[in-house]
Design a protein around this ligand. Structure first.
Ligand code: NAP
Length: 291
């Protein structure tokens, strides 16, 4: 029976460190600020934004929410970002995705000051992640790396299969694993024999967005299974991509949904907000902020 990786517990552990950093910053008169922009209309996005706000409040990170109507224009959204790029008490800017179809997501992300891009989706930060020279981490993949580290799961030399190739999860996840010397295979809708590929994996990370996509017969005995998916089953209950009840009998470690990767993503966002403060301080003063 697999050990269930407790994302809430690992998050708490990281948040204790974040609290210490925040205390040191406060003593220097610095309170990190995060601006969250949401274009209303998607209930899931609303829940994510509320959770991010709650995390800021509980840790003592200053936050501002910009709730925009579903009819907001590209120009209005860009003007808001330009304003926040200049706002001194805002260190991080996050635009909750996905955006409605009439908005040009690429252009909007590109308009965020890369030093304030706490989601690390800006093309400059993506490039840095690919090169392994980054300061702002992609939150979900970084959270997964922290989980593996916490559980002493070394990825070096392991066969890792990432299911999904989105810019938000799959691709940056593969990059972080590669930088840690894993051998990485990325699967997507055009991949042939996904089951066989998975069967060879020491670590499977699923970010597909489909209920029960990863079944027990796809998992090698004692493999590690990380479930990024956030889906609803036929009864409307929150679930991941993995057939948890059956896969847990084959895997050595498994993450649950909820309570696995989700809490880590938010915690890494908080960490990135502090990292953004440090980055901006260094850019302005030319020296490291010692906290
Ligand atoms: P996405 O942009 O929709 O990407 C899904 C990926 O899965 C695509 O690369 C797609 O392949 C692949 N895929 C879909 N169906 C497939 C199939 N039948 N066989 C093989 N590959 C398939 O989604 P995302 O933004 O990466 O998110 C993935 C899931 O993670 C969603 O459930 C999302 O809600 C969740 N999520 C969770 C967190 C968290 O904090 N826990 C954070 C972000 C996302 P193609 O590229 O070929 O289309």
């Amino acid at each position: 029976m697999a050990k269930i990786i407790n994302g809430k517990q690992i998050s708490e552990h990281i948040r204790n460190n974040i609290s210490k950093n925040l205390k040191s910053l406060k003593e220097m008169g610095i309170i990190p600020g995060l601006a969250v922009i949401i274009v209303e209309g998607d209930p899931a996005s609303r829940t994510y934004v509320d959770n991010k706000k709650k995390a800021c409040e509980s840790l003592g990170i200053y936050s501002e929410e910009y709730s925009l109507s579903p009819q907001v224009t590209q120009e209005e959204l860009l003007d808001l970002i330009y304003m926040l790029n200049e706002k001194a008490n805002i260190n991080g800017i996050l635009v909750q995705l996905p955006l409605p179809k009439h908005l040009n997501e690429k252009q909007i992300i590109k308009s965020i000051n890369p030093l304030k891009d706490v989601d690390a989706f800006h093309i400059e930060n993506v490039g840095r992640i690919i090169l392994g020279d980054y300061y702002l981490s992609p939150c979900t993949p970084a959270g997964i790396m922290e989980m593996l580290k916490f559980e002493n799961i070394n990825v070096c030399g392991k066969n890792c299969v990432v299911l999904g190739r989105s810019n938000i999860v799959g691709i940056p996840m593969a990059m972080l694993l590669l930088h840690s010397n894993a051998t990485v295979t990325i699967c997507h809708t055009k991949t042939k024999s996904i089951k066989d590929i998975c069967k060879n994996a020491d670590i499977i990370i699923s970010a597909v967005g489909k209920t029960k996509f990863v079944t027990a017969d796809m998992v090698k005995k004692d493999a590690v299974v990380i479930d990024v998916g956030i889906n609803r089953d036929d009864n409307g209950k929150l679930c991941g991509d993995v057939d948890f009840e059956n896969v847990k009998n084959v895997a050595s470690y498994i993450t649950p949904v909820p309570g696995g990767v989700g809490p880590m993503t938010i915690t890494m966002l908080m960490q990135n907000t502090i990292n953004a403060v440090k980055l901006q301080y260094k850019t302005i003063f030319g020296e490291e902020l010692k906290i």
